[in-house]
Design a protein around this ligand. Structure first.
Ligand SMILES: [Zn+2]
Length: 434
């Protein structure tokens, strides 16, 4: 089967290359803002009753850009044309989302009119044509930027390409907390696989206290550096507060704080990847919650946000990994009371205080760990789904295919880089050759 897969590498550009990389990010932002200014001016003119055409689509924006670029940005040949194209593409998408949202054709939160892009912590630019390749174990080649050193070996992808099982479709250059990355989007041919225990069913409860609790009774701990990192973050936050906002020393402190946060996010993301790969490779059926019902009950705001993000990432990764490894992913219906139901007798409690770490059943007297109880209830859902009476028996393939694509798509959207894009994805998606 053929899937889209991202391979992400940290890279170490030379100082000259780094300047060129920054220039490309700047060029992308410039093109976006230039296009937005043009659209706004044309809309104003139209409102005044003038007969003008507003360039909403990428081809229209590109035509306008090519006509105007010699005047608007005489330095344009310094960067690959892909940089400007990426900026205009981002604008065209933002406009489309906004209009569809206004017309009620788009689900989810309302999307506002695009705003001018500022320099943000996380930016990216995507290359789709020209010389994009892996040149050896530790180097890759990009148009205009040339041969760049990778921070980690590219062996896995290089071997797949050599064997003809992977083809690079595009490359996205990005910066996050002063670290440069290159992500290759590839079409990968994957062999049909089966999980090692095809009949095994596991329920997974993602949370804060633990990274995850499995219905098998296993608790997967949060990665260990977290408490230490939290102390460091608290210290850096205090240091930041003592500096004068906007000063050189303030910027320095802010950068250090950003890196500390990024490190925590990376460590967590890595642990999550390892967990989801192991689950998808081992168990035939995996059941997760759609909403973090048990996580929501713990009332601290931060904890809740973390749990939600954690569950979202767990589901996103399991979505495509289950498809890769031939296992089945089942999502519990929205209001399934996984943490209020007794996994022993099925009695449902009216309330369960957020602080209660142990579930005590009023009906049969059973007592067990709250998260384990929730995970066990999730696993039990699989039996219902298989007999077909389950409310949302999302069995496998068709569903998983879409999830796999969605996973990649959202990864790309993230790389296309809105400012508050999720801060997780550090680890290279694993398991291409494995
Ligand atoms: Zn009970």
């Amino acid at each position: 089967m053929r899937v889209l897969q991202a391979f992400r590498y940290a890279i170490d550009p030379t100082p000259a290359q780094e300047r060129a990389c920054r220039s490309h990010l700047g060029a992308r932002r410039f093109a976006f803002n230039w296009g937005l200014a043009l659209v706004k001016a044309r809309l104003d003119a139209k409102a005044r009753g003038e007969d003008v055409r507003v360039p909403y689509t990428l081809p229209a924006l590109r035509r306008e850009w090519n006509r105007a670029k010699d005047n608007a940005a005489p330095w344009w040949p310094e960067n690959s044309k892909e940089a400007y194209s990426a900026g205009l593409d981002g604008l065209a998408r933002a406009l489309k989302n906004c209009f569809e949202s206004r017309a009620g054709k788009r689900a989810g939160q309302r999307v506002g009119f695009p705003q001018f892009r500022k320099k943000v912590r996380r930016q990216s630019v995507r290359f789709t044509t020209g010389a994009i390749r892996i040149s050896d174990r530790t180097h890759l080649v990009l148009p205009r930027l040339g041969r760049m050193r990778t921070h980690e070996p590219t062996t896995v992808l290089a071997e797949c390409i050599q064997a003809g099982t992977a083809r690079i479709l595009s490359a996205t250059l990005s910066i996050d907390c002063a670290r440069w990355y290159l992500s290759f989007t590839c079409e990968v041919e994957r062999g049909e696989r089966q999980p090692t225990r095809p009949t095994s069913v596991v329920g997974v409860d993602a949370g804060v206290r633990y990274l995850a609790v499995l219905s098998t009774g296993e608790t997967v701990d949060n990665p260990r550096p977290l408490p230490k990192a939290h102390r460091q973050i608290a210290r850096l936050n205090r240091a930041l507060a003592r500096r004068q906002r906007g000063s050189g020393r303030w910027k320095d402190a802010a950068r250090r704080l950003g890196r500390a946060y990024a490190r925590v996010a990376h460590i967590r993301a890595d642990a999550m990847h390892k967990l989801t790969t192991r689950l998808a490779r081992t168990h035939g059926t995996i059941v997760v919650e759609l909403l973090n019902v048990s996580g929501m009950l713990r009332n601290r705001r931060l904890a809740r946000a973390l749990a939600d993000a954690s569950l979202g990432e767990l589901r996103r990764q399991l979505g495509y990994k289950c498809f890769w490894y031939g296992s089945q992913l089942i999502e519990a219906p929205t209001f399934f009371p996984s943490s209020k139901t007794c996994s022993g007798c099925g009695a449902v409690k009216a309330t369960l205080p957020p602080s209660a770490q142990v579930f005590r059943c009023d009906h049969c007297g059973a007592a067990m760990d709250r998260d384990l109880n929730a995970a066990t209830n999730l696993a039990a859902l699989a039996a219902v789904s298989v007999t077909g009476s389950g409310p949302e028996a999302l069995t496998a393939r068709g569903r998983d295919v879409r999830l796999a694509e969605h996973g990649e798509q959202s990864q790309m959207n993230r790389e296309a880089g809105s400012a508050d894009a999720q801060k997780t994805g550090a680890a290279v998606l694993q398991g291409a050759a494995a």
